[in-house]
Design a binder for this molecule. Structure first.
Ligand SMILES: *Cc1c(COP(=O)(O)O)cnc(C)c1O
Length: 432
């Protein structure tokens, strides 16, 4: 499998190069040249396969021969060695819980897969790779955890000071060793901009071997398809495939679902669930894509004003607006609406949402209200304890704290404070 750049101005590369480079030299995103078609027989008999077999079948065509099958099978098995339960919330709505991994958010899947692939690729090289990543919250922890102690890889994480939750901050500032956290006096968009500039800086890239672990990296994006298949495997009503609602920020997660759909996974419709950062919601209404500055909300991992994966979504639908609209809708919700639904679902359905899942839930509900013959799944992208400071005042109760989080709360944060100027980042990278 080869990957082209969405800007069409870079040579095609294989999975290994796409993973190591992160972004194409022309600043486009890598995209698979052909979308594989999954065997219909496999889909029809998906209940007969283990989740390791499903994941392997899904990812193998994208990796090709750059990782031997036995090695890939090991990487896949390690990536998904936790549960992905589909939980019934009411007759029409199910929660796909993606928070049973080590950092309690769905990003563990992409980060674990990517770190293991990159670890494999650099095994025999004597050059050290620096993974440079901007996080709006959950990426940092997942990447830090995934790459912790991986030989030959250093990780530098940029996060917006004061704009991530306490648990999130501790997850990315307490590991040490090959993981370093830069606390940026700015927004997530500033962090992302600084990282993008570093990748575009030819002088810097001559001296250092940089790669990205943001959701633009194919090795993070592609494995996110796995749990859409796991959801379908657990879906009972195969004659009426689920509507799937995805709490969206950079749109990597939903874009993986759309890719799975294009390869043959049965899905009735996708709902892109957004907070006040509604660039895509507005795009689907007007046909005009107008990036904005990000707005801080309760669902902070979705505070993105210019979603990177938008270009991939266009690519998936051959840039045809109407085909995209037939498959995907989008709604945007305020923090007040998020709080109300979180409280209502807790009280009436006895299910505790996190703020991101709450946006996913309410968006699904809105779609199902207009399409009552359907039922659906929302992705519960993080454990509510990651956002206990937001959740507890809403439900007037304590969120049960898992042991992993208790251990974390006892650790001391270690970050390097930095202003939101690219030059500061550059100097840091060149001198450390
Ligand atoms: C990252 C994140 C999102 C947004 O996912 P994208 O792939 O950026 O759209 C949603 N919820 C949580 C909890 C996240 O960490």
């Amino acid at each position: 499998m080869l990957y082209f750049s969405t800007d069409n101005n870079s040579p095609k590369v294989d999975f290994k190069e796409a993973t190591i480079k992160g972004q194409a030299p022309d600043k486009g995103l890598y995209f698979p040249e052909k979308i594989p078609a999954l065997d219909k027989n496999f889909i029809d008999h998906i209940h007969q396969y283990s989740k390791e077999e499903i994941a392997f079948k899904v990812i193998q065509p994208y990796v090709g021969d750059v990782i031997p099958n036995a090695e890939l099978a090991r990487i896949v098995a390690e990536t998904i060695n936790f549960d992905f339960p589909l939980i019934k919330v009411d007759e029409a709505i199910f929660s796909l819980e993606l928070f049973h991994g080590p950092t309690l958010a769905f990003k563990d899947v992409g980060a674990r897969f990517m770190s293991r692939c990159l670890g494999y690729f650099v095994k025999d090289s004597n050059k050290k790779i620096i993974v440079l990543v901007a996080t709006s919250g959950d990426t940092g922890g997942a990447v830090a955890n995934g790459f912790y102690n991986v030989d030959g890889v250093d990780v530098v994480i940029l996060y917006p000071s004061g704009k991530v939750s306490k648990v999130q901050e501790l997850q990315l500032t307490t590991l040490g060793k090959n993981i370093r956290a830069l606390e940026i006096d700015g927004t997530f968009d500033d962090c992302q901009q600084m990282v993008k500039q570093a990748f575009a800086d030819e002088v810097l890239n001559k001296k250092l071997f940089l790669t990205s672990a943001n959701s633009i990296n194919v090795a993070r994006w592609l494995p996110q398809q796995f749990y859409y298949f796991f959801a379908y495997q657990q879906w009972k009503d195969k004659n009426n495939p689920p509507v799937i609602s995805v709490p969206s920020g950079n749109f990597g997660n939903i874009c993986a679902g759309l890719l799975a759909f294009r390869t043959g996974l049965p899905v009735s419709h996708f709902v892109a669930a957004c907070n006040a950062n509604n660039v895509i919601t507005e795009y689907l209404q007007s046909g005009d894509y107008v990036p904005k500055k990000s707005i801080a909300t309760l669902s902070n991992a979705m505070d993105v004003g210019n979603p990177s994966n938008f270009v991939r979504i266009l690519e998936l639908f051959d840039k045809e607006f109407q085909s995209l609209k037939n498959v995907m809708s989008s709604y945007s919700f305020s923090d007040d609406e998020t709080k109300n639904i979180l409280k209502e679902v807790y009280q009436n359905k006895n299910y505790l949402l996190d703020p991101h899942g709450a946006v996913g839930y309410v968006a699904l509900k809105k779609y199902l209200d207009q399409h009552p013959h359907h039922r659906g799944i929302f992705l519960e992208t993080a454990h509510p304890v990651k956002f206990y400071d937001v959740v507890e005042p809403i439900i007037h109760a304590k969120v049960p704290v898992p042991d992993v989080v208790n251990n974390l709360l006892a650790l001391k944060k270690e970050s390097i404070k930095m202003n939101a100027e690219y030059e500061s980042l550059k100097e840091y990278l060149l001198t450390h």
